[in-house]
Design a protein around this ligand. Structure first.
Ligand code: GAL
Length: 445
């Protein structure tokens, strides 16, 4: 039987949530509107037109929820700070009540002997800043720096573990190019600017935390997916390579001081040119203490001449008749090993924490029990690969499960359940799933 002690005593086991997905209390206690509140008003953008207004009501229930973190045996609690709760207009006046809320969450963690990991940005930009151009604006770095400085000064004495951004590829591409996430933009120039500002923000945020917080451990997270070419054909291999640049290399390489990937790829030429990237190698670099990698699935790619720029398309797991989750994401634990290997191979990566991994399944509550066997199997397989990675000497030092409880899953609304705890969104009743109990026995003796 797999047990956490096989990973050594110092391995960090955690569980992750995010402000926009869990907190609720969206227009109370001085909080300003975020881009997700606004985006959810647009018909058809989110399944069932769901709103993030109440979510899991973590704002009022954080004490009970942290007791659940403790009960399941996790040592680390990763959560994010809602920028518009601290600065309702994004800049300017500070909302003291919002500042106090995170003090209370942090104090509660410390009281319970849980290590708080703060994510500074998990996708919920203040709408006031979006109105000024959001991530595509030149002013973003200035705004973000103010926000980070406030957080560092407020919480830096108590919190030593900091994550600057959550998945910059996620929010820049889905939010500014594909229009599927807030703020719902679909514009190439906006996308290029958003990428560059996110790259600069991840490094600048790191420098600010380093300056204000003594003995800080600083990381930032990257989404990643192993990219597999559908065939040996040159065209498919080239398509997979382009996809790999976008999905896996675009944000980490500048952080490591390598600038943006240089490749025979028109999109990258555009990015280099648009951002005058050659001037920024140093400003884009930061010496992170760890990198967070977030992996859910690999993708299989073939050439497609009708898709602009990338000229590649993925072949769904269902079509390929391989196992997949309720969102159609391929389940492939061997690929998890290989993606860790890929990121560990960068010379300047000092340490890796898997800051998110988990699975969505159609959970059914029957007589007070959620027997989510599929999710348990998923974790068993992925953790087995993780153990192999660790045993093989890859520099992986922690793993955080996504997610503590079912929550607002962005454009999927409330129907995509990833939690170890089931949430009835009408009553806010929490029920620990069998996967939650599985984690408890994995983590405790
Ligand atoms: C990540 C994201 C999380 C969560 C998860 C599952 O990309 O950071 O907030 O939604 O995916 O879809």
């Amino acid at each position: 039987m797999l047990h956490s002690n096989q990973f050594g005593n110092n391995f960090l086991w955690g569980v992750t949530i995010a402000a926009a997905q869990n907190e609720g209390a969206y227009n109370a206690y001085g909080r300003g509107t975020s881009i997700w509140d606004q985006f959810s008003k647009r018909k058809g953008k989110i399944k069932n037109n769901a709103k993030p207004y109440i979510a899991c009501d973590f704002y009022h229930r954080y004490k009970d929820d942290l007791l659940l973190v403790k009960a399941l045996g996790f040592k680390v609690f990763r959560f994010s700070i809602s920028w518009s709760r601290i600065l309702p207009e994004g800049v300017g006046k500070i909302n003291k009540e919002g500042v106090l809320f995170y003090h209370k969450v942090i104090d509660e963690c410390l009281q319970l002997n849980i290590i708080p990991f703060i994510t500074l940005y998990h996708w919920d930009l203040p709408q006031a800043l979006e109105n000024e151009g959001g991530w595509a604006s030149h002013q973003l770095i200035k705004w973000f720096s103010k926000f980070v400085t406030i957080c560092a000064e407020e919480y830096g004495d108590k919190v030593k573990n900091w994550i600057i951004l959550n998945e910059p590829m996620g929010f820049t591409s889905l939010g500014y190019m594909l229009g599927k996430h807030a703020p719902g933009k679909t514009n190439m120039v906006t996308f290029l600017s958003a990428i560059h500002n996110a790259v600069l923000a991840q490094a600048e945020g790191g420098r600010i935390i380093r300056h204000y917080v003594a003995n800080a451990t600083i990381g930032t997270t990257f989404s990643c997916s192993e990219v597999i070419a559908n065939s040996d054909k040159q065209q498919d291999i080239a398509a997979a390579n382009r996809m790999d640049i976008l999905l896996n290399r675009l944000f980490i390489e500048p952080a490591l001081g390598m600038n943006y990937p240089n490749a025979d790829f028109a999109f990258m030429d555009k990015l280099h040119l648009h951002t005058k990237a050659w001037k920024y190698t140093e400003r884009m670099r930061f010496d992170f203490d760890f990198i967070g990698i977030q992996n859910y699935f690999p993708i299989t790619i073939k050439h497609s001449s009708i898709i602009p720029f990338i000229q590649a398309t993925d072949i769904k797991a269902k079509t390929r008749k391989v196992p997949y989750t309720a969102l159609g994401w391929e389940i492939n634990a061997d690929s998890f090993y290989r993606i860790i290997q890929k990121f560990a191979a960068y010379e300047n990566v000092k340490s890796i924490i898997i800051t998110e991994n988990g699975a969505c399944f159609k959970d059914e509550l029957k007589q007070g029990i959620i027997d989510d066997k599929d999710r348990i199997l998923y974790f068993e397989k992925y953790l087995n690969s993780l153990l192999n990675a660790k045993m093989d000497g890859l520099k992986v030092d922690g793993y955080f499960a996504w997610t503590l409880m079912d929550n607002f899953e962005w454009n999927e609304g409330y129907n995509a359940r990833f939690g170890l705890i089931y949430v009835d969104f009408l009553t806010q009743l929490r029920t620990i799933k069998n996967s939650g109990y599985w984690w408890r026995s994995f983590l405790t003796n």
